[in-house]
Design a protein around this ligand. Structure first.
Ligand code: NAD
Length: 253
């Protein structure tokens, strides 16, 4: 597969762990130059070191991506260090507490929506001027099985990931004439560091648990990263607005 990613400037959020880390290593192995954006500085630095040891080029930007000044720093770093933004991977995300609406606190709702939805919006808005000026760009969002169905997580996470799917499709339509493609992956269960702080007494987990029986095999972060890389690559030149399940058939059940 000809990816065309060598020398390209790539931003990966949540690049310090799990799917984002695997994506950072995969893009760097293709010769792309990677901004690893993460709230966890130790993890981001470790990935930058891994990339460098493999002969690649990466830089870390540390901070909460739901804050505008961090977003601005990420975009600025890509432009100053790597000459622009060719690819944006909006991947950072947090899980909710599997709560049904009656049990969702304001704090849980705000945190999940800000990280999973507002942060991708802010960063996409920040990089679009650079992609528009270049007349090309690829955006890949990490949605979720919970962006496709109502029975894979709690209310806040489910709403945030359905919104990521909507944002993906709207971007695809709005910018297709300007050479910018936007797609998403919808991972099923993947072995990462994401944590689920379940409220056992809540209605949500009890209602959902039997439905999770239809889930496919748990994937490795590398399995998800391979599809992100494909969607960002020249091989997917005619793929725009797709939301690709990477879930071993769970969404087909
Ligand atoms: P992970 O916890 O291993 O990695 C997520 C990374 O995002 C972490 O390094 C974390 O520090 C970073 N992050 C969290 N909040 C941040 C913030 N506010 N600003 C900057 N960085 C922040 O988890 P993962 O499973 O690799 O998650 C990646 C994406 O995959 C998420 O969007 C998640 O919702 C999605 N996803 C995961 C699964 C799964 O089963 N693991 C399934 C479907 C979707």
């Amino acid at each position: 597969m000809a990816t065309g990613l060598a020398g390209r400037s790539v931003i990966i959020t949540g690049g310090g762990s799990g799917i984002g880390r695997a994506a950072a290593l995969a893009f760097a192995a293709e010769g792309a130059r990677v901004v690893v954006a993460d709230i966890d500085g130790d993890r981001a630095d470790a990935v930058v070191k891994e990339v460098a040891e493999a002969g690649g080029d990466a830089v870390a930007v540390v901070g909460d991506l739901s804050e505008q000044h961090v977003v601005d720093q990420v975009a600025r770093t890509a432009v100053e260090r790597f000459g622009g933004v060719d690819v944006l991977v909006n991947n950072a995300g947090v899980m909710d507490r599997m709560s049904a609406v009656a049990d969702v606190t304001d704090e849980e709702w705000e945190r999940v929506i800000r990280v999973n939805l507002t942060a991708p919006f802010l960063l996409t808005r920040a990089v679009l001027p650079h992609m528009l000026a270049a007349g090309r760009g690829a955006i890949v969002n990490t949605a979720s099985e919970a962006g496709l169905r109502g029975s894979a997580a709690g209310a806040a996470y489910t709403a945030s990931k359905h919104a990521v799917v909507g944002l993906t499709r709207n971007l695809a339509v709005m910018y297709r004439k300007q050479g910018i493609r936007t797609n998403a992956i919808a991972p099923g269960g993947t072995a990462t560091n994401i944590t689920v702080d379940v409220v056992e007494g809540a209605h949500g987990p009890a209602a959902i648990r039997p439905l999770l029986a239809g889930a496919g095999r748990v994937s490795r972060p590398e399995d998800q990263a391979a599809v992100i890389l494909f969607l960002a690559s020249d091989a997917a030149e005619h793929v725009n607005g797709a939301v690709l399940p990477v879930d071993d058939g769970w969404s087909a059940v």
